[in-house]
Design a protein around this ligand. Sequence first.
Ligand SMILES: [Zn+2]
Length: 319
Amino acid sequence: MKENEYLQQVANLAGLRHYPQQGPWNKKSGSAVGTRDNYVTTIGFTQNGRASVLVILLRFKKLDQPEQVKSALKSAAIKKGKLGEIGSNFVRWEWTYAFAKPKAEEVAKLAEDLRTAIKPVTTPFDGRCEQCASNSTNSLTLLNGLPMFICATCQEKVRQELNQAAVNYDAITPNYPNGLVLGLGAAAVGGLAWGLIAYAINYIFLYGAILIGFMVATGVIKGTGKVTRFGQIIIPILTVASVLFGDVIFYTLIVMKQEHVAFSGKLLNAIVVHLWQIEMKGSGVLSVFFGLVGAGYSLYSARKPKFQAVFQPLGAPNA
Ligand SMILES: [Zn+2]
């Protein structure tokens, strides 16, 4: 049976409604949502690695001691599925299955058993906003897919709080000179270390290039204060320069050793002029690529935080 059809059936049996596309698990089949005895109940599918999981989420008024819910569920000794997680205002129950989905009747029964088990130690909702407990709130709203009772005032508050991180990030004034100095420093130190290490072990250790890229990017971002267009442009340039600088050091040292010549500007110049040919024979292209991977990783992890609070009414069209 298709997930859509199945959830429709579960919803009917469990006294919920099926909302395709909606719910916390980001699936096309959506989830079955509703309140039973004023407990917000959500049933849907998710994936745990390669295993398919049927999830039942029960929400109640915020508790001080969620441990009680755990012991209540334990003494209920429910056989189907197992406890996923307990929070201060929810229980997540997970039923992992291999091929055939659990019987819809059994799922509906399970949702009821779970609710019965936690009833003595939890308080159901009461038609008021669960955040401020004052404004009357009768319909469920999805916060990033999670059904809850939250009034318009509190929605605005949550939105502002969650988006604060992004706002703060925007408010940082980038310090370009600082970014350039730290980036150049990282590129110089990284390149030098890369060349000297390669000489010492007589081998160009490619993964070192990832580290260089990472160092350069981290230096620039730290100096600038955030990821900027400026950084996105100079980081790859500095990374490539650093790797090449390291290679120049490496090859210069190699030639000095093999040909028994002293260091001179002439030698250095010859290496630089022929660097392209040398690199094409060696692993130059690869090390540049590895360097960019490291830089990309650092840029990615320092990107603007995306804490977004998206509120959506249940059953909204085109959700
Ligand atoms: Zn409120």
